[in-house]
Design a protein. Structure first.
Length: 166
């Protein structure tokens, strides 16, 4: 999958076109891995995504653009709780509502499965993600010191957030 590197002026001339959320399949693993590498210093391999996508406890929802997978959100369900495992949107589509669409669809699917509480960890310095989660009812319930490893070897705190779906 070739993820386009669109520049901001090009994006301002046309609204990004991404589809409705769909359930991801094992066949999406390579695209998930490629997209994950655009958002994380330590990305997951295609085989790791294959394992997640074949796990019945995992819910994986993605959206497509004309060029392929544009973003996705994955969670793991245990009883009446779920943990968001990862969220990533192609750099060219960030700040255009793709993550919002994924999150709302995902939360709806979790609620339909009987999930009452959703947890996630987010880099304490990721303002865009924090804004998205707070806007959608997630509240900070904890902090994990030095949880994330950055590409330069530095460590970053993770905020633990929770949202009640009940």
């Amino acid at each position: 999958m070739k993820i386009p590197d669109l520049k901001i002026p090009e994006l301002l001339r046309r609204k990004p076109d991404f589809g409705l959320p769909r359930l991801l399949k094992v066949g999406d693993a390579a695209d998930c891995s490629a997209l994950h590498a655009t958002g994380f210093a330590h990305s997951w391999s295609a085989s790791e995504f294959e394992a997640l996508l074949s796990d019945p406890a995992c819910l994986s929802v993605g959206v497509d653009a004309k060029w392929g997978l544009a973003g996705y959100l994955m969670s793991r369900v245990a009883s009446d709780e779920a943990e968001v495992l990862t969220v990533v949107v192609a750099p060219a589509l960030r700040r255009f509502g793709c993550a919002q669409r994924l999150l709302l669809d995902h939360l709806s699917r979790l609620a339909a499965r009987g999930v009452a509480m959703v947890f996630l960890e987010v880099d304490a310095e990721n303002e865009a993600a924090l804004s998205l989660y707070r806007r959608n009812g997630f509240e900070e319930v904890g902090r994990r010191k030095a949880y994330y490893a950055r590409a330069d070897g530095a460590r970053a705190d993770a905020l633990v957030m929770r949202r009640n779906l009940g």
